[in-house]
Structure formats: C-alpha cells, structure tokens
Design a protein around this ligand. Structure first.
Ligand SMILES: [Zn+2]
Length: 234
C-alpha cells in the first residue's frame, strides 16, 4: 500500500512538473516550473534570507524598514527584476515588504506610498520603474494608496564622482521634484517612501528633503533590500 502511494505521489509530482512546463512560466531564478512567480524552493530560499532588525535608525532619515539583506536569492531576484526584464519578480518582493508593514504596529494606515522614481531616460530604457512595480504589489496587500507621481526624477544622477558629501546631497536633491500626484495634498500628509535597495541612503535623504520642503511628513522608508549588514547595529 505504501509503495502504491509512493508511486502515485511520484506520478502526480511528475504530472505537475509536465503541466507546469506546458502552462506556466518557469521560475526566473532556477528556471524550473513554478506554480507562482517563484518556485517553492526559491520562495523558501528567499524567505530564509536574513533580515535586519527594523526600524533602522540613521541620522537625518526617517525610520528605515528593510525586508532582507541584499545577498543570495534576494540579490538574484533584484538583478532579474532590474536587468533581465523579469518584471513579475516584483510580486514576491512587494509581498515581502507588505509582510514587514503588517508586522509594524507603530505605523498606522493613513499614509500614502510613494516609490522612488527613475529618470525618464532610464525608465524608458528599462520599460518600467522597479520601485513602482514593487510599490504596486505592496499597496495591493496593505491597502495603502499608491501615488506613483508623487516624486519626479528631473535629472540623471550618474555624475556624482568627485563631489564632496554635501555637494552630492545638493546634486541629488536637484535631481528630484515634487510630482503632480502630491501637489494638492494637505500639509503634514503622511508619506511612506518605497525603494528596492538601500545603500548609502543618499537618494532617500534627498527625496525625503524634497517632500518635507513641500510640508509633507515622511514617516518611514521601506526598502526591499538593505545593502550593508552593519546598518542594523545602529
Ligand atoms: Zn526556483
């Protein structure tokens, strides 16, 4: 009886794999058939990636909430999303970020989610803004309103080399402008900024400054990945 069950289970698994190969997109990370965006193994590996202790407090920035460290399967997922046109990867990443939101009782639901924009040339080249895709899935799961046009990236910010820290900040700040989606907001409207990877914080600091100059209240930064482990020890 046990053998019969084992054989049946083996055939079922085999049939699932065949059907998966016929009807579903392969998992972008391992190319095996997947019933969701990522296969079960990669979903688990992503879940098992280490997480920082949030919120992370950094001088001059609102509290930072990071889902996972930027390594292993998460690094691979973000590379697929950004450089391999695998836009569907935004779904599990937005879902992960939403889990982080739901676990934070200190945050209330009155905020508007605003993704960090790409410069239009970069967005045209890529075909989408990965932070916006992540924010869409985040908002579907948390119920927060999304404002994709909250911020604009008015300049490309590749020419940062050779500038001092304060010049870099001013340069980055000039790269952003308040978008049409937030121009008629009441003062002190709560904003949650959404980004894919947190590295030095310079981009988020500049974006926060633009919103605060407009009288808005940036209550939290949500980033899928945190690049440096030392940040959580602050
Ligand atoms: Zn996989």
């Amino acid at each position: 009886m046990r053998d019969w069950h084992a054989a049946l289970s083996g055939w079922t698994h085999f049939a699932d794999r065949c059907l998966g190969m016929l009807f579903r997109n392969p998992c972008p990370l391992c190319l095996r058939p997947a019933t969701q965006v990522l296969c079960q193994d990669c979903t688990q590996r992503l879940q098992d990636c280490p997480s920082p202790v949030s919120p992370i407090h950094i001088a001059g920035l609102p509290p930072l909430y990071g889902w996972k460290y930027y390594e292993g399967p998460l690094k691979q997922s973000l590379a697929k999303l950004k450089y391999d046109r695998q836009r569907q990867v935004a779904e599990p990443l937005g879902e992960g970020l939403a889990t982080l939101w739901r676990n934070r009782v200190e945050l209330n639901g009155k905020s508007i989610a605003v993704p960090i924009p790409l410069h239009r040339d970069r967005e045209r080249q890529r075909g989408y803004n990965q932070a916006d895709l992540i924010a869409r899935h985040f908002c579907q799961r948390t119920g927060l309103p999304l404002q994709s046009q909250g911020l604009l990236r008015t300049q490309s910010t590749t020419a940062q080399y050779g500038l001092s820290r304060s010049d870099r900040f001013q340069n980055l700040k000039r790269a952003f402008a308040l978008g049409p989606g937030l121009r008629s907001c009441a003062p002190n409207t709560q904003i949650v900024l959404i980004d894919d990877i947190f590295t030095t914080g310079a981009t988020l600091k500049a974006a926060t400054a633009i919103l605060e100059d407009a009288g808005l209240n940036v209550v939290a930064l949500f980033s899928v990945a945190i690049a440096e482990r030392r940040l959580s020890k602050s």
